[in-house]
Design a protein around this ligand. Structure first.
Ligand SMILES: CCCCC/C=C\C/C=C\C/C=C\C/C=C\CCCC(=O)SCCNC(=O)CCNC(=O)[C@H](O)C(C)(C)COP(=O)(O)OP(=O)(O)OC[C@H]1O[C@@H](n2cnc3c(N)ncnc32)[C@H](O)[C@@H]1OP(=O)(O)O
Length: 223
């Protein structure tokens, strides 16, 4: 018995989302995040759940027939480090990031911006991010702090990977509540970049503190 000839790999697109399709990608991702959180937070008839499964699977099959995409690394190696973010500028290292990408259908969709030497982000953990009862999952909090600290690297154009990340959970992280994450550089020692940050309520009460060691890398290692 012979195996059928294998299909040639589908063409791969290594480009950032085109400006004209970005708004519709974001809108589709937003709608899916809304549905995800709604399914967790609301009672739903079994018939409706069956319809969701049927329609989602049918839609997924259409999407999967499209050309494959991959993370636009070329752009990350070049453009991302060319300009320093301006005060108040909304930042996105790539729009499908699971933490800060607006176009990720299952992401947290944190909204980071520059504020002086810091990065500050509005974040609201939807119902699907609950871990312990009524609290956002600690791993989701860690992901937020990792990502926001990564944005601090843009202020000094220093590509780096997280080597160590430590979180102190000082108070429960409420879900479905507007929160504010912040991060800034503590110090640098050669390739070792020490970053710190915190997560607070909108009123400024401390929820979590983070500190991390990022290790600077040459851009070529972003593969
Ligand atoms: C998801 C995006 C990822 C891309 C991020 C890149 C750039 C940022 C981009 C945009 C900014 C915007 C948003 C932020 C985006 C994302 C933020 C999240 C970032 C991540 O989510 S990133 C993924 C998780 N991360 C990894 O996937 C790392 C796996 N790992 C390695 O790739 C290597 O392990 C590495 C590179 C860490 C070091 O390797 P290496 O060979 O280059 O360097 P080496 O080992 O020689 O260490 C040099 C000196 O650092 C000390 N050192 C090293 N590691 C240490 C540790 N863990 N604890 C304590 N000290 C440590 C040594 O002790 C030595 O110190 P000394 O010189 O004093 O001896």
């Amino acid at each position: 018995m012979t195996n059928p000839p294998s299909e040639p790999p589908p063409p791969t697109v290594d480009e950032p989302i085109a400006a004209d399709t970005l708004p519709v990608r974001i809108a589709a991702a937003e709608a899916m995040r809304r549905l995800n959180h709604a399914m967790v937070a609301h009672e739903t008839d079994p018939e409706l759940l069956q319809r969701i499964a049927r329609e989602a699977n049918a839609t997924a099959a259409i999407v999967e027939a499209g050309a494959r995409r991959q993370r636009p690394i070329r752009q990350m190696k070049t453009q991302l480090w060319q300009t320093t973010p301006e005060e108040g500028q909304r930042l996105a290292h790539f729009e499908e990031c699971m933490v800060s990408g607006r176009a990720n259908p299952m992401g947290i969709a944190m909204q980071p911006r520059r504020q002086g030497d810091r990065i500050v982000a509005d974040v609201n953990f939807g119902a699907a991010f609950e871990g312990a009862p009524k609290r956002a999952h600690g791993g989701a909090v860690a992901a937020v702090m990792d990502d926001i600290m990564g944005y601090v690297l843009l202020l000094t154009a220093t590509p780096a990977f997280t080597g160590r990340l430590s979180i102190s959970y000082r108070a429960p992280t409420p879900v479905q509540t507007d929160l504010v994450a912040s991060a800034w550089m503590d110090r640098r020692d050669g390739r070792k970049v020490f970053l710190v940050g915190d997560l607070r309520t909108a009123e400024g009460d401390l929820i979590a503190e983070a500190d991390a060691l990022f290790v600077a890398i040459p851009r070529e290692r972003l593969t």
